[in-house]
Write a protein that binds this ligand. Sequence first.
Ligand code: FAD
Length: 593
Amino acid sequence: MQQRTGHDVTAAADRPGLMAPDTSGMNFYRADPALTDLLRIHLPDRIFNHIEPHLDRLGGLAGGYLDECARLADRHPPVLHQRDRFGRDVQWIEYHPAYRELEKAAFGEFGIHAMSIRKGVLGWPDKYPVVAKHAFTFLFNQAEFGLGCPINVTDGCANLLANFGSDALKAKYLDGLTETNMAKLTQGGQFMTEKEGGSDVGTLTTSAVQEGNHWRLSGEKWFCSNADAEVVMLLARPRGAEGGTRGVGLFLMPRRLDDGSQNHYRIVRLKDKLGTRSMASGEIKLEGAIAYAVGNLDRGFVQMAEMVNSSRLSNGVKSTALMRRAYHDAMTVARNRSVFGSRIVDLPLGRRQLMKIALATEQALSMSFLTADALDRAEAGSQDAAALLRILTPILKFRATRDARKVCGDALEMRGGIGYIEEFATSRLLRDAHLGSIWEGTGNIVALDALKRAVGRHGADGALAADLHARLDDSAAVPQAWRDRLHGLTDRAIGFAREVASRAEKEAEARRATSLLYHVASAVGLAWEAQRIHERRGDARRLLLSRLVVDHRLSAGDPFRLTENATQAAIADRLLGEPPVGMAEVGELLVAA
Ligand SMILES: Cc1cc2nc3c(=O)[nH]c(=O)nc-3n(C[C@H](O)[C@H](O)[C@H](O)COP(=O)(O)OP(=O)(O)OC[C@H]3O[C@@H](n4cnc5c(N)ncnc54)[C@H](O)[C@@H]3O)c2cc1C
């Protein structure tokens, strides 16, 4: 089938009668010039050139075959069985063949879980930067969000093991976690949450007792995604250890013991979930399960926090993917559905809604790759980048996951009544989007992490301020007046965050302060990107998005003031159209009232 690269449907075969078409047959890579632009900015040419054909292939699959698999896997959730067909008490989870196809693509063909750990994936002689990996995450999750979790936790387990595991543990488990051969792959899981607390992890009651070279675990884990994972990283308290997070250790728990039998834990039941229905999340009873200590036992929580932070970045990217998919769907509807004699995209209120969807999506895209880039630079040894990463990660996770819920809802509404019907992807996107703000830390927990710990304890706001000012100084083609405005807003957002962080009685402002940091960072990031994209292909339109962030996210609005003025309409024209817009024209729109 011919793959579509834009939102207009012209071929008669793709026109579904009276209803608006959807994104079927769209190549999500080719339809996303902003993704290409950002990858060209953040990646060396040789890596970009190497991965581009693979991204192109994944983009086509995600808009077609994998999307259909995702729809089917969502409709046919996994089933837990207690016995095998010979009547033996062997637990197993039955997955729909469509889910297996999704696994084959993600783990087998593209090796997304292994890209930044193992050399040689997709024929590249080295490990990939995290930016490159998350380009694949971004495209894959536009089709399937449920499997996004197992991909990420398998990656995270391998990373933890590589960083903290003993040589013996690594020799036994690392290879399987990073395999792209499906027959040899062992997927990972991360079981932390217990009934007493998901946020308040220090209250966990799972206990560990040493027995020779291994430990025996007893207790219950309340939310275990990828419930039948072969290799699980979990937290438990060694008997006699102190209370709170200080007393918990990190353990690796294999699903199977050396003789091939199941380890001593049971999946009690699978959760009946709102979203991510394709993927099995279970409740698990640990009944003397054999596990191995990873790293120093008194550093268990600190070590696990590394996995949590890389998952938070991944969650930000995945929520951005949901928004991009929602944007494609909304644009496809708006450009092809006529109401009252006009296409929706030509109606003022339709354009306003599309711009809201587009703005949140582009902000998240910029923030995702700025954060992934900080991680790459931190891993290369930069202390500044490590501090920057410490604050970018929670602000991305907080705001992108929050925006995804709204954006997916708005895109659903753009499709009208059938957007609410499960035959279309929009309802699945909305159901999945609500999970982003819950797992790996709810919105409140992540906002408190950004403010109390990243700013209050680690002073990471200094690294953010320095980075944003430096990006503005490094964007000489951006009109000076705009750069001055952004310098000023940066200082105000940082100042506000510092004040909230320093005064316990201001804790209730943590979400607002985190959002302000996100908006300022994205406004600066968009301007910085605009200069680079303009240099390469003469398009400065991301600077208009920077203005919209300032207008709509960083300016106190008078609710009675009319905002639909000529400038806003002209900006929407440029952003909803295809042709590039040069710096001179953008510069005028940037400062127009
Ligand atoms: C589909 C799904 C899959 C999951 N998979 C996994 C998994 O694989 N592994 C795993 O370990 N966990 C998993 N989780 C669990 C998830 O991480 C937790 O549910 C989450 O961290 C919240 O913990 P909780 O449910 O105990 O809620 P609570 O911690 O009880 O939170 C309840 C409310 O209190 C708020 N709150 C908590 N502390 C504060 C505070 N200090 N200030 C203000 N508000 C606060 C929270 O924001 C939240 O709104 C999964 C959850 C879901 C829904």
